[in-house]
Design a protein around this ligand. Structure first.
Ligand code: G3P
Ligand code: CA
Length: 279
């Protein structure tokens, strides 16, 4: 992640007329790219997010049969491609033969599945953030810590750290997951990696303290958590960033900007950027 101090300074770059610091400038991260307008988790969706002025992109990663890191939300390829089956049953070369643009044929034509390396090559020079979500079958809170882990969860964090090093893009990367074990592995491998703990229902005022205890930098909650005042305040007190998803309605975006959370993750980065800049 960007240098921590630089980040903290940037957060307070908005100043009121009397010179005092006002709310922080919330970043806009495009969820699966600009997925409201382009095939999710593909290079055209990431390119579009860039053109729309997003500060970052969010994406999901899975491992192929031959151990390549590809960008895909589901464990199966059926929903987003013209193929059928588990991503882990195909090699990268086999996956590249499918068309991963099922919903926008006229605008974008045939689109291949990207590797994470492809995305890093596209993003690196822009300085944008890449929020890499490690997918897991255990979408759970810390109470599941001790449940069995798939081998994927041991291999994937190592491969991710190696790839970021190789692409020289470490300070632009956020790692996120619903799986605490996967995030713990990332922190073990690289203590200064920026890690966000994804939560859906298991949010409480204790969650920020839990993140501190685990040395996670952020909590990435479903946007409804922003309506829990105690939760937002506890995050501020403990210096735990909030990166909320999936903030698609203007009303929710406005709330996030007014609170001044660290980032909103949205399918509509153009709307979010416009709204944020006009507040
Ligand atoms: O980053 C948060 C969000 O992407 C988690 O949900 O299902 O869209 O991956 P999902
Ligand atoms: Ca995701």
């Amino acid at each position: 992640m960007r240098d921590r101090l630089e980040k903290k300074l940037n957060l307070y770059e908005r100043h009121s007329s009397n010179g005092k610091c006002a709310r922080r400038r919330t970043e806009v991260w495009a969820h699966r790219g600009a997925s409201g307008y382009a095939p999710e988790n593909t290079l055209p969706a990431f390119q579009l997010a860039m053109e729309m002025g997003a500060d970052g992109i969010e994406l999901d990663v899975q491992l192929t049969k031959d151990g390549e890191i590809v960008v895909l939300h589901d464990e199966r390829i059926d929903r987003t491609s013209n193929g059928k089956g588990n991503v882990s049953d195909f090699t990268l070369a086999e996956l590249k033969k499918f068309n991963f643009n099922k919903y926008y044929p006229e605008q974008f034509g045939d689109v291949q599945i990207p590797t994470l390396r492809d995305v890093y090559a596209l993003i690196k020079d822009t300085g944008m953030i890449v929020d890499v979500e490690l997918k897991s079958t255990a979408k759970t809170s810390h109470i599941w810590d001790n449940l069995s882990k798939s081998p994927e969860l041991e291999i994937l964090p190592t491969k991710l750290i190696e790839l970021a090093d190789d692409c020289d893009i470490c300070n632009q990367i956020v790692y996120s997951s619903f799986d605490v074990e996967a995030l713990t592995q990332i922190k073990k491998l690289r203590a200064d990696a920026y890690v966000g703990y994804l939560t859906e229902h298991a949010i409480s005022v204790q969650t920020p303290a839990y993140c501190r205890m685990k040395r996670f930098d952020a909590v990435n909650p479903k946007y409804i958590a922003l309506h829990r005042n105690g939760f937002v305040k506890a995050c501020e007190l403990l210096d735990v960033d909030i990166n909320a998803w999936t903030v698609n309605a203007a009303l929710d975006m406005r709330r996030a900007f007014e609170i001044g959370i660290h980032a909103v993750i949205t399918n509509y980065p153009d709307i979010a950027v416009h709204l944020r800049n006009s507040i």
